[in-house]
Design a protein around this ligand. Structure first.
Ligand code: PNS
Length: 168
């Protein structure tokens, strides 16, 4: 039987409930979903790759068909290596669209066989991003309900001043 495998790439710095909502949706559609953390991001991450792998592993433990991986370099090369058929990305609002559209078409140019599939998270997460979560937490605001409880705990383990000020 043919199985359909997808990659859900991102920074996940940190994992949010919006990410988890998307993972749950993608896990229903694909036989296997590989949530994949970019290792060499130019962004200055708050959490190490190992911490992000640990958070994603905890958050996705309930899904039998979801695994967690890391990658370097081009996403399409990783997709080919994984023999994945699709890349899953979330679109929360129109503002996400332009960047996602560019990335999807660049990836298609690089590897025409890999399709990008866009999924929408639940509307209640449409304003949630890792960047905003870090920004709010840094200034002492509550992020309860926006990220899993174990992520709140991990944020508390970081000193608030170590959280970089968001660029926008
Ligand atoms: O969560 P993010 O930071 O929006 O995820 C961005 C990510 C990791 C999906 C993207 O930066 C990526 O795929 N980087 C790998 C490099 C690559 O393949 N670049 C060419 C496609 S534009």
């Amino acid at each position: 039987m043919n199985t359909v495998k997808a990659i859900y790439p991102g920074s996940f710095d940190p994992l949010t409930n919006g990410h988890l909502d998307l993972i749950a949706r993608a896990a229903k559609i694909f036989d296997h979903l590989v949530v994949s953390i970019l290792r060499n991001s130019s962004k200055n991450p708050l959490f190490t790759v190992e911490e992000r792998v640990a958070m994603l592993s905890e958050g996705t433990a309930e899904f039998d068909n979801v695994s967690v991986a890391t990658f370097d370099g081009l996403l399409v090369d990783f997709a080919r290596e994984q023999r994945a058929h699709a890349v899953v990305r979330g679109i929360r609002a129109i503002s996400d669209y332009e960047y996602e559209f560019q990335m999807a078409l660049m990836n298609r140019r690089l590897s025409p066989d890999v399709e990008t599939i866009f999924l929408m998270p639940d509307a209640k997460y449409s304003f949630v991003s890792s960047r905003l979560v870090k920004g709010v937490f840094r200034l002492g605001g509550s992020v309860d309900g926006l990220v899993p409880k174990f992520v709140v705990e991990r944020l508390k383990d970081k000193s608030r001043t170590s959280i970089p000020e968001p660029s926008q």
